[in-house]
Ligand binder design. Sequence first.
Ligand code: HEC
Length: 101
Amino acid sequence: MKLVITLIMLFSATTSSAEPFPKGDANIGQKLFERHNCNSCHAQLMSGDGNAIFTRSDRKVHDAAELLAQLGPCGSSAGIKLTQQEKQHLGAYLNRYYNLK
Ligand code: HEC
């Protein structure tokens, strides 16, 4: 029984400390975000503060997969097709707001 508990604790420790966007660079993500005017729509939606969309109480993103999924349609809205690498950069940047594990 002790072994089982130890294993569960080990497992949750390794998964919860995992970096969600290991290949992303937040600073590059920030530049992409600014260059593509990502907050232009968000600011309208959130009456001024575009970044508030990431911390609103009914936000859509709750894990890394949902964040990556949102970047597809939002990239299209911004008129670009984001590469997997660019999504990792944007994920790393946006995780400053989301604090996903
Ligand atoms: C044409 C308008 C538009 C543009 C441009 C746009 N977005 Fe969005 N974005 C939206 C809308 C609308 C939502 C809210 C979707 C919903 O609530 O269903 C959203 C939501 C999001 C969310 C999820 C917020 C939450 O609730 O957790 C993320 C992340 C996001 N956008 C990232 C981006 C990024 C990165 C870019 C730039 C590449 C971008 N968006 C450009 C319209 C846009």
